[in-house]
Ligand binder design. Sequence first.
Ligand code: ARG
Ligand code: ZN
Length: 431
Amino acid sequence: MVRIQSLLVLALIATALGYKRYEGYKVLQVKPENEDQVHALVKMNQVLGFEVDFWRDARAVGRNCDFMIPPEKESLVMDFLAYFGITPKVVVNDVSVMIDRSMKEQQEKPKIDWKAVKADPNQFPLDQYHTHDDINAWLQSVAATYSSFVTISSLGKTLQGRDMLFLKIGTPKPNKNALWIDAGIHAREWVADATALYTISQLVNGYSTKFKTLLDAIDIIIAPSVNPDGYEYSRLSDRNWRKTRSGPRQGCYGVDPNRNWSFHWGESGVSTSPCSDIYDGPSPFTEKNCQNMKAYLDANNNTIKGMLTLHSYGEDWIYPWGYKTHTYPPDVNDLRALGLQAAAAIQAVHGTKYVVANSADSLYPAAGASDDYSKSIGIKWVYTVELRPGDGDTANDHQYGFNLPAKFIIPTAEETFPGLMVVANRIMTGP
Ligand code: ARG
Ligand code: ZN
């Protein structure tokens, strides 16, 4: 295999192939000290008249918030921040350098030995980011190898015809309760998909030992990549792609698949501009990948007792309702208590501290998300999980954003796993 050593050569190739460049784009980090500063950040896009890309959405007093700015807007943004007394820290000086590194990592990853993987799915490198086709091929090999307790099905095809495969892991028995876990609804949040694959591997390998009781009692359904059109676009064309690939509408592609669900659709935290990263779509459920997920959740809402949706990044374990601040489901105390247990289980692994909170209060209201919809159809334990962006060293954390180097996949996934299992165990023990 050709190894491309020079980042410059790689950059030239990327440009020639039409890969979106981010030369001179910076990622700034700010920590608002008071409500006025929070408010200024929330209003920044509206005031400046263009869309600053928020990488870490938290916009509460004392919480870091990261966003990417193009070079030509830098002085405008700096002036805006200065006006409100906000001093940003530059966490990424040139996003294109970071992206080139992650492309190089992709180029250099070892080729998958499919013969070996088919014989033993553990031969699949979980410490790498994979193509959609490779993810699906691996899911097939897991299902084939562990066919006595794993079934594979498709939620349906995406707009571009990709298969949204998922596994159901558990001893076959009728009417079992289940935990649903999805990842990758936002295309660029690659470590989420990778964490879902790791989770699958843990469960199938521990089926006859440490997870025997659990998987005899409940099923765990894992859909590891629920926006594959966007995912492939983020691999091949624009590393920062978040949305689906429908359209064009007004010359722009994609809908934010986490704003396209019907519950309180469009009420908050969305844009009605098709060019926005948080475009909610022309109406609810226009996006094929959302329709497919919805159909499955609707059809199984009597047995699915928990719904976990993996995102990156933030280190947040957040619960509904997300569409409006200070607005909670009646069992919010249950959600909070279990969330705290999950966060404690995560922290016990590598010390990563998650914030457990209501999503609208701690981030900002955003309507039309999959978590609120799932809660609205009666699923009890619903959480959005924002994984970590960094190496776990808090002094240097948040330095990679969505471009988390592959070597951090395992630490991220292995700390997340016990958090997910807290919810699984809760479903096992009953209502
Ligand atoms: N970062 C996620 C997003 O923007 C958070 C979603 C939280 N849930 C909600 N209903 N607002 O999609
Ligand atoms: Zn996300």
